[in-house]
Design a protein around this ligand. Sequence first.
Ligand code: SF4
Length: 599
Amino acid sequence: GTPLPKLWPAILAFYRDWCLIPPPPPDAARSLDEALREVSASSIASKLRGRDAVEYLLATLEALRHPHGRHGEPRVFIGTGADAALLRFRAVRVMGAVEGVIPGAPREDPILPDAARLWLNERTPGCLLATSADRVLRETHEVFLAATAAGERLAVSAARQWVDGTEHELAGAMLETAVALGRPGDGGERELVPSLGSLRRLYVGPGNAERARRDAEQPATVRSALRLVARADDGHGAHAVHPAWLVPADALLSLSRLRAIAAERGSAELLRSDGFLGPLAAGLALPGLAAERGISASALGVLLACPHRYLLDSVLSFKPREERLSLREVEQPHYGSLVHRVVERFFRAHGEAFCRRERTLAEWRRIADEAADACFLEFLREYPLAGDGAVEAQRQRLRREVGYLVRAEWDSGTRLTYGNVEVSFGYPAAVPLAVDGGTLHVQGFIDRLDRATVGLVVRDFKTGKQKAREETDVDPVVDAQIGLYALVAPGLMGGEKVARAAYIYPVAAGDAERAFEGAELEDLLRRAREWFGLARELLAARSFPHTADAKRCNYCAFQAVCGTDGAAVSQRKLAAAAPSSVAARFAAIQRATEADDAD
Ligand code: SF4
């Protein structure tokens, strides 16, 4: 029931704070603010309250016009069907007329799902909230209005292959357009409803033929240009290319440069295209080499798994396209961060009492459930889950897995004096760590650092698949993190020795730890110094070889950069590297392991 003069400033403030919009002009909020200022000042505006006030705002916004050019001048308007509703055009092109796009696949609003909308519609007089099915119907109508707005020419285009690489069939709107046009077939007969074959022959075919004709004259896409080159055979198998494609020789897309890269890959030497940048990249600022910027455990894991991936992702900041988040479950790395948040909250509040066993395990699990619920509630403000079912399932998942972690610590058999949780190191100045051959500067957070009678106990909580010692031996990618924490911990605790270092996994039953103690811990620390020494050398030499293990490429977003044979080429070249060189030592630690989670 908030009146318009109060409601509008609140909406405007929310819009300015939270909405990501293209930069003005036009500044729609400002235009609307100007349009409303006079109305809001009048006494009658206070009578517009709640929903009526919102509807007034919407009507005013939709009636706003941003003047651009003179009426009657030729213009191209690009927008959605809704934007074009009720406008008239000489020519209209509807793009992307494929199934699942026009109209879009029904998607529930994660904030206010369909069930909640229907519930509100039933119980609130005058409330008519649109559901996902209504949205599909509305989009269909909007496309119809856009198509019928064309005065002289209508083109409907449909890319068979969509931007994500999937293949799509023609949208129903194409068929409806064909029914309305009723083009006669070759024999002059008209089909009331054209078959798919007729649709392709009579409607899609002529469009494709026209596009091919134009591409032959002047290619508009890279693909059509390449087709032209492929066809320009001089009769002896050689294909002439436009001279501009070869100069300047070191231009990004120069064929000369691309040929040189191909030749480098074919050679036996480890060269620039293999990631061995050398003095050329001396100016590249890299973490780990100086106290100003430490390297983290997760970055070390990536560097040791595939230095080239580390170069592309962490150094050059080539980020793969972000996938849309799943609305049904909390994805990694968000889930891992959420679990860490809960564990941190639980142990910060109850760590000492928990270690003294002041309550029973069942009581601690109930308290952990409360911490999980509180963190999950906060988390829902940041992550969209669709529907009450998904929210409840993820809440239960979180409670269950946090409960497993709490139980794993309870059952571990080691009596601890509580130390701390999320212990930071290397901030603001990175910690200098003695590694084989020099010093590596590191920083990060240790999940748990406690004391037992025999020495320090270092633990890291995991949320991914368990990697038991029996199945996966000591491995640079899997164990870099716990190895680093075990090396750093004594410096944080007055020089005390680490007696045990372990990952803890949320498993329903059985051994939940991947633990190192005694001689195994000594072996881990020795190997960790060796791995990190190698990492330091790779960074210092600006050498970023591709992994030699093709399995690591399976889920890597940079396959398009490295090619499908990137690992095979690397394996061949690394095998030929001089013994004891940094390349040969990197080859020696390459082993197949599954990618670890980001927690
Ligand atoms: S595709 Fe393979 S070689 Fe290339 S960056 Fe990824 S893991 Fe490394």
